[in-house]
Ligand binder design. Structure first.
Ligand code: ACM
Length: 264
C-alpha cells in the first residue's frame, strides 16, 4: 500500500479554499492509495467559541465529506481527515475515512485537548478498525497520541496502519509516535498542519509540522519540515505489522500481563 500525508496551513473558516489547497497538493505528489490530512483540515483549529464551532460543523452528509468522496473517486484513492462533526446540537472533533464509493467510517476524538473540552463533546464511538485496499487501518486524532491505550486498542483490534490527523502544538509527538509504532509493531501516519493561529486573545497556537510515517521497526519512512507545505507518500509493507515477536521468546501481544495492568 502507498500511504501519504498532506501537510499545509489551513486558513481559518476557508473551507472551500482549504479543501482545494489539500487536493492540489495531492495532485502534485506521486500517487498513493490513502492520504491522511490534518485534524480539522478544512475549517482551521482555533475556534473562538461554540457558536463558531456550530457554524462550521457539518454532518456526515455535509459538503466536506461529499467533496472528499468526489475527489477520492476522481483520484482513485482514499482520504482520512479531520472535521467538526455535527450530530443534532452536539459537535465532535472527528475524522472521516472516505473512498471512491463513499464514507467508510467516522472516528470521534476520545481525548480532547485544552479548550476543545469547552467546544466539543468527547468522542463516544471508541477505536475501530476498517479495511482499505485489503489493509486494516484505525483512526486516532492528535492528542490521542499521549494516551498509549489509543494505539494499543487499535493494534489489539487488528490495525496494521494507524491514521493520525493532527494539529500538534506540543513538541514531542512526532518523535513519540516512534514508540507507539514500536510498542505495537504497526505503521503510524501522523499528518500535521503548519502555521499559527491567534484568534483568541492571549492564545497563539503555533503548529509544529513534521508530519511523519514510522514503520513497526521504528524507521521514519518520511518526515516533513516544520513549515513545509507538501503532500508526500511512501510504500508501506504491511506484512511487517503482522510480526509481533520481538525475540524468539517474546511476543508483544502474548507477553502482556493484563492481570497487573488494572489500577482502578
Ligand atoms: C491537539 O490535540 N490538537 C493538540
Amino acid at each position: 500500500m502507498r500511504v501519504g500525508v498532506v501537510q499545509f496551513c489551513p486558513l481559518f473558516g476557508g473551507v472551500g479554499r482549504n479543501i482545494a489547497k489539500a487536493v492540489s497538493l495531492v495532485r502534485q505528489a506521486e500517487k498513493a492509495d490513502l492520504w491522511v490530512l490534518p485534524e480539522l483540515f478544512a475549517t482551521g483549529y482555533q475556534f473562538c467559541d461554540r457558536g463558531e464551532v456550530l457554524a462550521l460543523s457539518e454532518d456526515t452528509s455535509g459538503p466536506t465529506i461529499d467533496t472528499m468522496v468526489r475527489k477520492a473517486a476522481e483520484l482513485g484513492c482514499w482520504f482520512c481527515g479531520g472535521f467538526p462533526e455535527r450530530s443534532g446540537r452536539r459537535v465532535y472533533n472527528s475524522a472521516f475515512l472516505v473512498g471512491p464509493d463513499g464514507l467508510e467510517a467516522v472516528y470521534r476524538k476520545v481525548h480532547l485537548f485544552g479548550r476543545e473540552k469547552e467546544l466539543f463533546m468527547p468522542g463516544d464511538l471508541g477505536f475501530a478498525v476498517h479495511t482499505v485496499a485489503g489493509v486494516r487501518v484505525g483512526m486516532m486524532i492528535c492528542f490521542d497520541w499521549l494516551f498509549p491505550e489509543s494505539a494499543r486498542t487499535l493494534m489489539l483490534g487488528g490495525a496494521q496502519v494507524l491514521l493520525h490527523p493532527s494539529n500538534l502544538v506540543l513538541p514531542h509527538c512526532p518523535d513519540a509516535m516512534k514508540t507507539r509504532a514500536l510498542e505495537n509493531r504497526v505503521f503510524t501516519v501522523t499528518a500535521n498542519r503548519t502555521g499559527s493561529e491567534s484568534r483568541v486573545p492571549g492564545e497563539t497556537l503555533t503548529y509544529i509540522g513534521q508530519s511523519v510515517i514510522w514503520t513497526p521497526r521504528g524507521e521514519a519512512l518520511l518526515r516533513l519540515g516544520v513549515e513545509e507545505e507538501r503532500a508526500a507518500a511512501v510504500e508501506v509493507d504491511v506484512r511487517l505489522a503482522a510480526e509481533k515477536r520481538v525475540t524468539p521468546y517474546n511476543d508483544l501481544v502474548k507477553d502482556r500481563r493484563c492481570e497487573f495492568y488494572r489500577s482502578e
